[in-house]
Design a protein around this ligand. Structure first.
Ligand code: SF4
Length: 336
C-alpha cells in the first residue's frame, strides 16, 4: 500500500469506484475500480452497464491505473497533456492495484481478485506507458506473480519503438491485451491529433502492423486499434485495410470524453450518448457511413463500453482530475 496516501475524492458508482488520490509527495493521480460484464462481443453496438442487470466482482474486475504523474505527450483531446511531473515507479504502480483492493473493502468489494472470473488491470489512465517502459514491465511481472490470471490492458499512442520491449518478455506478453491509440487512418491525421511531427516521433501505421504480427506469435489475441471518432474527419479505412491484416487487429470505437483541451482545440466526438443504447438508431449519417466503411473493409470492431455514472460524473480517464481541479467533481451523494 502507498504510505501517507490521502483519498481526495471517491466517485461511488453502481459498478464500482473512481478515486482521486494524493500521494506522499503531494502528487494527484486518478484510479478506477469497476466490475463489468464479461461480454464485449465484436460487431455489437455499444452497451451501457445497466443493460446487463446484476453483475459483481465475481464476473470481471477492471482496475484502471496511471503510469506517470501528469503526461509528457501532447494529445489534443486529453486533459493531462503536457502536465508531466514524474514517472511512477514499479512499486507505485503495483501499489495502485493494492490501494484499489484495500479501499474497495469499504464498499463491500472483494479484496481478492482471484475470486473474479476475469481480472483486468488497464494501464490506461495518466501517462504514456511506453515512456516508462522499465517500470511498467517490472510492475507487470509483479502483478502476474501475485495474480497469475491477471490480464493487462496496455494502451499506447506508440510514441517510440520502446513498444518493441514487450516482445522481449514472452512470459508477460501472453497476459497483455495490446491497444494502440491510433485515432486516425493516416499519419497526418494522427500527427495532428497528437501534435507530433509526421513520421518523426510516432511509430508509423506499417510499424504497428508489423508489431501486431510479431506480438501475435506470443499472444494470439487480436490487437486493438483504438479510435475516438471525431466529427468532420476524413477517415479512410480502405487505406488502413491496405496496411493491416484484419486477422491481426480489430477496431475499438470510443466516444470523446470532452475536456477543456478537446473543447479549446474544437474537437467534437461523433459517438453520442444515444449511440450507447443498443436499441436506439445510430445518431448520425456520418457515423453510419463510417461503420459501413469499416464493415466493407472486413475489420472486426467493438464499441468501448459506457458506464452511465462515469458519463454523468465526468469521472472517465483524465476527466476526474480535471473536474476536481475545477471544483466540479461531484460524488453520487452530492448529485442526488
Ligand atoms: S491520452 Fe494518454 S498519452 Fe495522450 S496526453 Fe493523455 S495520458 Fe498522455
Amino acid at each position: 500500500m502507498f504510505k501517507d496516501t490521502t483519498v481526495i475524492k471517491t466517485i461511488q458508482m453502481q459498478c464500482g469506484q473512481a478515486y482521486v488520490v494524493q500521494l506522499a509527495d503531494g502528487s494527484l493521480i486518478e484510479l478506477g475500480d469497476v466490475y463489468l460484464p464479461n461480454e464485449n462481443k465484436l460487431g455489437t453496438r455499444p452497451y451501457r452497464y445497466r443493460d446487463f442487470g446484476n453483475i459483481s466482482d465475481k464476473n470481471k474486475r477492471v482496475i484502471t491505473l496511471c503510469t506517470m504523474v501528469g503526461c509528457s505527450m501532447k494529445c489534443k483531446f486529453c486533459s493531462v497533456r503536457q502536465t508531466f511531473k514524474r514517472l511512477l515507479t514499479a512499486e507505485d504502480i503495483v501499489n495502485e492495484v493494492e490501494f484499489c483492493l484495500e479501499e474497495g473493502k469499504k464498499y463491500g468489494r472483494s479484496s481478492d481478485p482471484m475470486e473474479s472470473k476475469e481480472f483486468n488491470v488497464l494501464y490506461t489512465r495518466m501517462g504514456e506507458p511506453t515512456a516508462n517502459i522499465t517500470n511498467v514491465i517490472t510492475s507487470i511481472q509483479e502483478l502476474v506473480r501475485r495474480w497469475p490470471h491477471v490480464k493487462i490492458g496496455m494502451s499506447t499512442t506508440a510514441p517510440s519503438v520502446r513498444v518493441y520491449d514487450f516482445l522481449k518478455y514472452p512470459d508477460i506478453a501472453k497476459h497483455i491485451m495490446m491497444q494502440f491509440s491510433v485515432h486516425g487512418t493516416d499519419e497526418d491525421m494522427r500527427s495532428g491529433l497528437f501534435m507530433a511531427p509526421t513520421g518523426k516521433v510516432l511509430m508509423g501505421l506499417p510499424e504497428i502492423a508489423k508489431f501486431a504480427k510479431d506480438f501475435r506469435k506470443l499472444n494470439p489475441r487480436m490487437i486493438s486499434l483504438n479510435f475516438i471518432l471525431f466529427q468532420g474527419f476524413n477517415y479512410d479505412f480502405k487505406r488502413l485495410r491496405e496496411i493491416f491484416d484484419v486477422e491481426d487487429v480489430y477496431l475499438r470505437l470510443s466516444p470523446l470524453n470532452a475536456t477543456e483541451n478537446s473543447v479549446s482545440f474544437g474537437l467534437r466526438g461523433l459517438i453520442r450518448e444515444e449511440d450507447v443504447d443498443q436499441k436506439a438508431p445510430i445518431s448520425s449519417q456520418e457515423l453510419k457511413d463510417i461503420i459501413q466503411q469499416i464493415e466493407e473493409c472486413g475489420f472486426s470492431y467493438a464499441f468501448a463500453p459506457a458506464i452511465d455514472e462515469e458519463i454523468t460524473y465526468k469521472a472517465a480517464c483524465g476527466q476526474a482530475l480535471e473536474m476536481l481541479k475545477a471544483d466540479q467533481l461531484k460524488t453520487f451523494g452530492e448529485m442526488s
